[in-house]
Design a protein around this ligand. Structure first.
Ligand code: 0PR
Length: 378
């Protein structure tokens, strides 16, 4: 049988290539029309895109060749450390996103104590399933209470001598809830406590009512590691997650022929352009810029909450962060119908419902346009 040769034999003109590339680009969502309500990522700030494109060759897997990027990384780590109250002697690693950060946290916790159990609220992101499978760890699922927060009595009961790590979430994927990390820390005692702040890490610190929200970061004694994602509410380019630990961890692999000599992240050659990009975002808008963007997302969240109620939808919880989810028995069909009308929304599983992430690209105007379509589909 003649083999199908898909690999181009001869080069073609740039014009032809760009025509195909532009077609593909047009077929992608680019967030500008405000139709995407199902994404935790958004359009990075223009300055981030510009800077990102200047660092395409940087590879912090071999840091000695990229001293400029390394310095910006150090400054990013320091700035974010102060945002999340990381203690003196902390260790920070730039990773590909919270999935890699969560895997790293479980890997380190397991190797530190030689134990195998992961205490995981039912609300945890599916990246922990990947982590447990990869690491051969056993997850013990903690059910949620009537407020959709982990049942702390059951959590306390399930923690035993084989427990390696307890997980708490600051900004749950489905409902945007901030779990009671302080109480979880008390229950966890000396056991490694890892906080997944992928979404909440760049939202909670900027909220006006920050002081009244449950604390989630290294301010709480007992938090050992934490991840947060610049490529979500950090408003920067994909891919970038930040992993923090209260101290330097000995786990590393020798990389004798590279300039760094050791690697601590899971990936070897790794994204690096996102670091200068994120550096430029935090310098460009600062704490005040983030606060006003987050507050505007919260205002729009309340707009959708009220409009949703006005068409008969029942919110699963009162939103704490910029995610609104409404009860619905058949979210799958609504998601499909909405997609046909050009709206991307998402769904929750626990409990079943419709989920809307109110990122900065979602405007009040786009909410007012989307809701009539939603009313037709529910
Ligand atoms: N932890 C939490 C709490 C999360 O919400 C997510 C991702 C992760 C960890 C994993 O983060 P990475 O995917 O960055 O490694 N939550 C979103 C989700 O899976 C990610 C997402 C982003 C989905 C953009 C869709 C999208 O268009 O739902």
């Amino acid at each position: 049988m003649k083999s199908k040769r898909r690999f181009p034999q001869k080069g073609i003109a740039e014009g032809k290539i760009m025509a195909r590339i532009l077609k593909a680009k047009r077929e992608d969502n680019d967030f500008t029309d405000g139709t995407v309500f199902g994404s935790m990522c958004t359009s990075p700030l223009e300055i981030a895109k510009k800077v990102h494109s200047m660092f395409l060759e940087s590879n912090l897997g071999n840091p000695g060749l990229y001293m400029g990027t390394i310095e910006l990384e150090r400054e990013v780590h320091e700035a974010v450390a102060s945002l999340i109250n990381a203690p003196e002697g902390y260790e920070a690693l730039s990773v590909g996103g919270a999935t890699e950060g969560n895997i790293l946290a479980l890997w380190r916790a397991r190797n530190e104590c030689g134990k195998n159990k992961v205490i995981l609220p039912k609300s945890a992101h599916f990246s922990f399933k990947k982590a447990c499978d990869l690491l051969g760890m056993e997850s013990v699922e903690i059910p949620l209470d009537k407020d959709h927060l982990p049942d702390l009595y059951i959590m306390e009961d399930k923690i035993d001598d084989d427990t390696a790590v307890v997980v708490g979430i600051a900004g749950t994927t489905e409902l945007g809830l901030v779990e009671p990390i302080e109480e979880i820390a008390k229950i966890a005692g000396d056991i490694h406590l890892h906080v997944d702040a992928a979404f909440g890490g760049f939202t909670i610190p900027f909220l006006k009512q920050y002081e009244t929200l449950p604390r989630f970061d290294f301010n709480i004694s007992g938090v050992d590691s934490l991840v947060l994602d610049p490529h979500k509410m950090g408003l920067s380019t994909i891919p970038l997650g930040l992993y923090y630990s209260i101290d330097e961890h000995p786990i590393s692999v020798e990389a004798p022929y590279l300039t760094g000599k050791h690697q601590k992240t899971i990936t070897g050659t790794r994204m690096s352009a996102s670091i200068p990009a994120f550096w430029s975002v935090i310098k460009y808008i600062g704490f005040e810029g983030y606060s006003s963007i987050v507050e505007s997302c919260m205002k729009n969240t309340r707009v959708l909450l009220d409009l949703g109620k006005s068409i008969g939808l029942d919110p699963i919880v009162e939103p704490v962060l910029n995610i609104v989810s409404f009860h619905h028995q058949d979210p799958d069909s609504v998601v499909k119908k909405m997609a046909k009308k050009g709206w991307n929304i998402s769904q929750t599983v626990n409990p079943r419902g419709l989920r809307f992430v109110i990122m900065p690209h979602v405007t009040e105007g786009s909410i007012y346009k989307m809701v009539p379509a939603l009313e037709d589909c529910i």
